[in-house]
Design a protein around this ligand. Structure first.
Ligand code: ITT
Length: 197
């Protein structure tokens, strides 16, 4: 069964394959290379649906999309849906991360709470089925970047229960406990019901 994954973020593709490959081997995940829709939703869920609908409409296949980001308590949940472009369009992950560290530089350790959020939309054009599931990964912001694994804000995110950043975890460890893994826990029964014959 072929399912199109509506992302242009190669790191997400690898994490999807790492998480899904073992659990639902009957799904063949194909990367979406069609036009990118404008992500003008106001929530993770709206943006995930916008991306999945565009890929489903373009390919005719069942589509999955992930909208995700980091939400910092003292910033009222920001960067949130703006995580990919927090320092401005096209500035890149390092600039985003540096800006966020600057913004919380004066914040004491006990107030540096943050969480990653991942919303996964499932759109099945053949039946009109649509849904969005989510997962969260609580933790706190480090004072500086550590580790070379993962992507995005991983080097400055210390998950609850760990003394190291998410970028210091192996891919398998991150894929077992991350926001994306938790969203998939919710997505798997939905995929079994809506996509797999
Ligand atoms: P697509 O829209 O093409 O899927 P994108 O990277 O633009 O790719 P989002 O709009 O969902 O995707 O933005 C997600 C951003 O949130 C991502 O670029 C990272 O900065 C951050 N992010 C999401 N998941 C993350 C993770 O597991 N580790 C670190 N940072 C993450």
């Amino acid at each position: 069964m072929r399912v199109v994954l509506a992302t242009h973020n190669q790191h997400k593709v690898e994490e999807f394959q790492g998480i899904l490959g073992a659990v639902l081997p009957e799904l063949e995940i194909v990367a979406y290379d069609g036009p990118e829709p404008v992500e003008d939703g106001t929530t993770f869920a709206e943006n995930a649906l916008i991306k999945a609908r565009a890929a489903a409409a373009h390919t005719g296949l069942a589509a999955l999309a992930d909208d995700s980001g980091i939400c910092v308590d003292v910033l009222g949940g920001a960067p949130g849906i703006f995580s990919a472009r927090w320092a401005g369009h096209g500035k890149g992950a390092q600039a985003n991360l540096d800006l966020l560290l600057d913004q919380v530089a004066d914040i004491h350790d006990e107030h540096r709470g943050a969480q990653f959020a991942c919303h996964i939309a499932v759109v099945v054009p053949a039946t009109g089925f649509e849904t969005v599931v989510s997962g969260h990964w609580p933790g706190r912001l480090a004072r500086s970047a550590h580790g070379g694994g993962g992507f995005g804000y991983d080097p400055i995110f210390v998950p609850d229960g760990y003394d190291v950043s998410a970028a210091e975890l192996s891919a398998a460890e991150k894929n077992a406990v991350s926001h994306r893994a938790r969203a998939f826990e919710a997505a798997i029964p939905v995929l079994k019901m809506s996509v797999i014959p």
